[in-house]
Design a protein around this ligand. Structure first.
Ligand SMILES: Cc1cc2nc3c(=O)[nH]c(=O)nc-3n(C[C@H](O)[C@H](O)[C@H](O)COP(=O)(O)OP(=O)(O)OC[C@H]3O[C@@H](n4cnc5c(N)ncnc54)[C@H](O)[C@@H]3O)c2cc1C
Length: 533
C-alpha cells in the first residue's frame, strides 16, 4: 500500500486523542505522525478526568444529548453537527472498547457505569479507571499506534510551518526538533494531506488546567497558511481548578459536583444555591459566580465531605492524588478552587468532514471549530468530538486517496515567518503574555482591557522573531481581536460593557483580517501624535 512518491504521504500532527484516533482510522493508508513531545506527554488528553459523553443509558437518547449540547452552546452550536456527533457517540465508545480501553462497569456486569456532569440531563459520562479516563484511553491508543504497521511515528518533532504549493494548497509541513534553539533549520516533510490535531490554547493564560505547551500552535500554523479561523473569543474557564500554587493547575472534575459536592465561600455560604442549576449550572455560570466571590475578597472551596466522605479516595483517585500532592486532604478539608482557562471552543473552521478552508488541510480535536460546542462546551463532549471527527476525516481522506497528487513542489515558509526559535525566549515575556490574557481576555472582559491587550500583543508581534514567541503572540493577538469584535455577552464570552445579546452570529477571520482589525484598534487608541489622519 505504501505509495512510491513521498509526497503522497499523509501527515497527522499531534499525539493526543485526536491525532492518534485519526492516524488509526486512516489505516492501512501510510501515515506519518509528528508529535512535538514524546507520546503521552504535553497533551491535554491524559489530563481528562471526567470522561466521554454518550447516550447509552436506558433513559437516554442521542437527541437528549444533542439538546443538552445545544443548550450549553448558547445559540452557536450547529444543530446538525450536534445531532451527528451525539448520534455517533455510542459507536465511538464501542470503537475504543475494540481498541482495548477498559471502561468502568457496574460490579462485574457488562453494563457501563454512567456518571453525571453539569448541564447533562442524564447520566451519560463513560469513564475509565475512575477519574483517569484520558490517561487510560491515551495509553491504550499509544500502544495500538506503536504497533500499527501503517503509522510512522516521529516524536520530539515540532511542526513550525505548513508547506504550501504554488496554488496555496498544503503540500507538507516543516518541522524542527523540540526545543531547537534556532540552530536547526526546519526540515520539509512533504505530504498530500495534513491533519492538524495540536490541541488548545490554555497555556496562554496565567491560570490554566492545560499543559503549558498548549499555546495554539495549530491555530498559528493554519492562520499563516491563510485558513479561516472561527469563534476564537470563546475560551471556556473551568470553575474548579485546584488553587494550590501549581502551574498548570490540577483540576477538581465536574463529576464531583455531579456526585453532590458543593461550593462554599470562606464563610461557609453555599453561594450557588440561589442560582438556576446550582452547582450543576453550565460552566460559564459557575465560573462567573466563583470569580465574583473572589473579586469580593472571598476564597472559594469545593466541599466533597458530606457527599463523598472517604469514598472520594476510591471513586476519584486522580483528584485525591492531585490534592495530596498539593498538601490537601479532601477527606478532611474542603478543596480551594478558582476558575482557570480550560478549553477552546474556537479554532480552525472545519466542515462536516473536518476540512479547513485551505486545500489539503484538515483539523481535528480541540484545534478545530466544527460547530459542536458553540459559545460553550458541554462537559465531556470534547474527547467525543475528537473521536467522531477522526473517523470522518479519515473517510474523507481515504475517499481522495486514489486521486493523483495535484500540487507542485512546496515552497519554503514565507520569509516573513522564518527564523523559527522555540527554546530561547525569556520566560518573563511568556509570563507577561499569560498575565495579560488572564487579566484582559479572561472570565470578564471589556473594550478598554481588550484594546490594551491588542496593542500589547501587536507590539510583541512586531518583535516576535527576536523573542522566539511568534506563535503564542500571534494567537493571543487573534483571540483578543475576536473578543474585542464580539460586542455582546454569550456563553463563555462575557463583556462587562456589553451585557446583552446580539443576533446569533459566528465570528470568522483570517490572519490578514485579524491584523487589519488590530491595526485599526492600535491606531484608534494610540496617542494623538501616532494616529493616522
Ligand atoms: C485537566 C483537563 C481535564 C479534561 N477533562 C475532560 C473530560 O473529562 N472529558 C472531555 O471530553 N474533555 C476533557 N478535557 C478536554 C480534553 O482533554 C481535550 O480537549 C482533548 O484531550 C484535546 O485532545 P487533542 O488531541 O485535540 O489535543 P491534545 O491532547 O492536547 O494533544 C495535542 C498534541 O499536539 C501536539 N502538538 C502541539 N503543537 C504541535 C506542533 N507544533 N508540532 C507537533 N506536535 C504538536 C502536542 O505535543 C500533543 O501531542 C479536559 C482537559 C483538561 C486540560
Amino acid at each position: 500500500m505504501r505509495p512510491a512518491n513521498p509526497c503522497d504521504r499523509l501527515i497527522v500532527v499531534g499525539g493526543g486523542i485526536a491525532g492518534l484516533a485519526t492516524a488509526l482510522h486512516l489505516a492501512p493508508l501510510p501515515v506519518t505522525l509528528l508529535v512535538a513531545s514524546p507520546l503521552g506527554q504535553h497533551a491535554s488528553t491524559p489530563l481528562a478526568q471526567g470522561g466521554i459523553a454518550a447516550a447509552l443509558g436506558e433513559d437516554d437518547r442521542p437527541a437528549l444529548h444533542a439538546a443538552d449540547t445545544l443548550q450549553a452552546g448558547a445559540g452557536l452550536s450547529d444543530p446538525d453537527v450536534a445531532t451527528r456527533v451525539t448520534g455517533a457517540a455510542p459507536s465511538c465508545i464501542h470503537w475504543l472498547v475494540a481498541q482495548g480501553v477498559s471502561f468502568d462497569r457496574i460490579g462485574s456486569a457488562d453494563e457501563l457505569l454512567l456518571g453525571l456532569e453539569a448541564a447533562h440531563s442524564r447520566r451519560r459520562i463513560v469513564h475509565a479507571d475512575g477519574d483517569r479516563t484520558g490517561k487510560s484511553v491515551l495509553e491504550v491508543l499509544i500502544h495500538v499506534v506503536r504497533n500499527a504497521p501503517s503509522i510512522q511515528i516521529m516524536e520530539n518533532r515540532r511542526v513550525t510551518d505548513l508547506a504550501l504549493d504554488a496554488n496555496g494548497a498544503v503540500a507538507g509541513v516543516f518541522c524542527a526538533p523540540w526545543g531547537s534553539n534556532g540552530g536547526d533549520e526546519p526540515v520539509l516533510v512533504p505530504g498530500r494531506a495534513v491533519v492538524l490535531a495540536t490541541g488548545g490554547v490554555g497555556g496562554l493564560y496565567a491560570h490554566t488546567t492545560n499543559p503549558l505547551s498548549a499555546r495554539g500552535a495549530g491555530l498559528a500554523l493554519a492562520a499563516r497558511a491563510g485558513a479561516v479561523l472561527r469563534d476564537l473569543e470563546f475560551v471556556q474557564f473551568h470553575p474548579t481548578a485546584i488553587a494550590a500554587d501549581r502551574d498548570p493547575m490540577p483540576l477538581a472534575t465536574e463529576a464531583l459536583r455531579g456526585e453532590g459536592a458543593v461550593l462554599v465561600n470562606s464563610r461557609g455560604e453555599r453561594f450557588m444555591q440561589g442560582i438556576l442549576g446550582a452547582e450543576l449550572a453550565p460552566r460559564d455560570v459557575v465560573a462567573r459566580a466563583i470569580f465574583a466571590q473572589i473579586g469580593a475578597g472571598e476564597r472559594v472551596f469545593l466541599d466533597t465531605r458530606a457527599a463523598l466522605g472517604e469514598q472520594i479516595v476510591s471513586k476519584f483517585p486522580g483528584v485525591t492524588a492531585l490534592c495530596r500532592a498539593a498538601g490537601l486532604d479532601p477527606v478532611r478539608d474542603p478543596i480551594p478552587v478558582r476558575p482557570a482557562a480550560h478549553y477552546h471552543m474556537g479554532g480552525i473552521k472545519a466542515d462536516s468532514q473536518g476540512r479547513s478552508s485551505v486545500e489539503g488541510l484538515w483539523a481535528c480535536g480541540e484545534v478545530a471549530s466544527t460547530g459542536l460546542h458553540g459559545a460553550n462546551r458541554l462537559a465531556s463532549n470534547s474527547l467525543l468530538e475528537a473521536l467522531a471527527y477522526a473517523a470522518w476525516i479519515a473517510d474523507d481522506i481515504r475517499g481522495m486517496a486514489h486521486q493523483p497528487l495535484m500540487g507542485q513542489p512546496p515552497s519554503p515558509p514565507s520569509a516573513l515567518w522564518r527564523g523559527y526559535r522555540s527554546g530561547d525566549h525569556p520566560s518573563s515575556l511568556l509570563w507577561e503574555i499569560r498575565s495579560v490574557m488572564d487579566r484582559q481576555v479572561g472570565v470578564l472582559r471589556d473594550a478598554t482591557g481588550l484594546q490594551q491587550a491588542v496593542r500589547h500583543f501587536s507590539a510583541l508581534t512586531r518583535d516576535a522573531h527576536a523573542t522566539g514567541l511568534r506563535d503564542p503572540t500571534l494567537v493571543s493577538l487573534m483571540i483578543a481581536v475576536a473578543a474585542y469584535a464580539r460586542k455582546e455577552s454569550r456563553g463563555s464570552h462575557q463583556r462587562l460593557d456589553h451585557p446583552g445579546l446580539m443576533p446569533e452570529q459566528h465570528s470568522e477571520m483570517t490572519l490578514d483580517q485579524a491584523l487589519g482589525i488590530a491595526a485599526e484598534i492600535d491606531d484608534e487608541t494610540a496617542p494623538p501624535a501616532r494616529r493616522v489622519a
